[in-house]
Design a protein around this ligand. Structure first.
Ligand SMILES: Cc1ncc(C[n+]2csc(CCOP(=O)(O)OP(=O)(O)O)c2C)c(N)n1
Length: 354
């Protein structure tokens, strides 16, 4: 007889700091004042980059851009405890994670300006190139996490993707593979409620994305993605577990405060009321409320941080705009140390045509 298993697909939901910036002291992770300030400064830098990138696109100085706005906590908090030698697999909306992982900002402008040299990771920092195809990176992240297990390393891989990606086969392949092979992988799904115009209710009939982990025998946890302390806490634990071969799926419950991309108009498919409601949950405002209550945020400090971020971004814009133009041949030489036979053939043909 088939045994009927009736079980709620319950996963934990973690929130440490509420919308008023009040924290639950029992859940609050141990962080020094300096670390809290570091988290804050990184989030401000990401927001400043985001605003500049949007303006640059509107002015025709970069080609296109996908904003992070609203997701700064879920990205900065997730990568905070990674080591440089750990792998990070970003998607197109991961500028926040990349900046927090020391990816040079002028290179991000280069990339969004259509120059692939923008993707070259700094030496000794294992940032993978940005994935534009939705979801492919989830399988790559599982593979890198498996490599660490096979080599007996404690290295981990952290992979970012959206709610839309959970309908792609690579998401399921990646999670299944990670569970079976003890991949050192942390899957961070930023559930920002939309995949372009498709709302989460049309993406999945499941109550949470995190519960999908149960089917693959790995841990799934939902976290308030606009709460930097909760994200930090959950990611820290997931990183520690992944080092020992235990993968986790984190669902960072958040909101895309911007349009999907610079070629989208979100007013066509979502209400002003909803956007305003979520604006109140802005992860930066929330952290500021907390810091004010702890006397960590004076007006002078706040202004200093904003000014420093702006100055850095402006300097990086200058670097980008002065960057020597790409040699035409680099289209062929950029990707591989040694060109593949097919590429070499195409290169020859291209030279002949020239
Ligand atoms: C394989 C593939 N199919 C379709 C697209 C077009 N596309 C770009 S973004 C996007 C929505 C993805 O939404 P989600 O995964 O929730 O991430 P978000 O953009 O909300 O961060 C789609 C369908 C694509 N880039 N790749």
């Amino acid at each position: 007889m088939v045994k009927k298993v009736v079980k709620e697909f319950q996963v934990e939901y973690i929130q440490v700091m509420d919308e008023q910036g009040k924290v639950d002291e029992k859940l609050m992770p141990k962080l020094t004042d300096a670390q809290i300030k570091e988290l804050y400064e990184k989030m401000i830098l990401v927001r400043a980059f985001d605003e500049k990138a949007l303006n640059m696109q509107r002015q025709g100085r970069i080609g296109s851009y996908l904003e992070v706005k609203g997701q700064e906590a879920s990205q900065v908090g997730s990568v905070f405890n990674l080591k440089d030698s750990d792998w990070m697999f970003p998607m197109y909306r991961s500028s926040g994670a990349l900046i927090a992982r020391k990816h040079p900002i002028h290179q991000l402008f280069l990339y969004w300006g259509g120059d692939e040299r923008g993707l070259k990771a700094p030496e000794k920092i294992n940032n993978f190139p940005i994935a534009i195809p939705v979801g492919t990176q989830t399988a790559h992240g599982a593979g890198a996490g498996w490599a660490a297990e096979l080599k007996g390393e404690s290295k981990v891989s952290m992979v970012f993707f959206g709610d839309g990606a959970t309908s792609k086969s690579e998401f399921h392949t990646g999670l299944n593979f990670a569970g079976v092979f003890n991949a050192h992988t942390i899957f961070v799904c930023e559930n920002n409620q939309f995949a372009i115009s498709t709302p989460i209710t049309r993406q999945t009939h499941a109550e949470t994305i995190a519960q999908k982990a149960i089917a693959y025998g790995i841990k799934g946890i939902q976290v308030d993605g606009n709460d930097i302390f909760a994200v930090y806490k959950v990611a820290k634990q997931a990183i520690a577990d992944a080092r020992k071969g235990k993968p986790t799926l984190i669902e960072a419950f958040t909101y895309r405060m911007s349009h999907h991309s610079t070629s989208d108009d979100a007013t066509k498919y979502r209400s002003d009321k909803e956007v305003k409601e979520w604006a109140k949950k802005d992860p930066i405002l929330r952290l500021e409320k907390y810091m004010k209550s702890k006397k960590l945020l004076t007006d002078t400090y706040k202004k200093q941080v904003a000014k420093k971020a702006k100055a850095l971004i402006e300097a990086e814009v200058k670097k980008y705009e002065k960057y020597p133009a790409q040699e035409q041949d680099e289209i062929f030489s950029a990707m591989f140390k040694k060109m593949t036979p097919e590429l070499e053939e195409q290169y020859k043909e291209y030279k002949e045509v020239l």
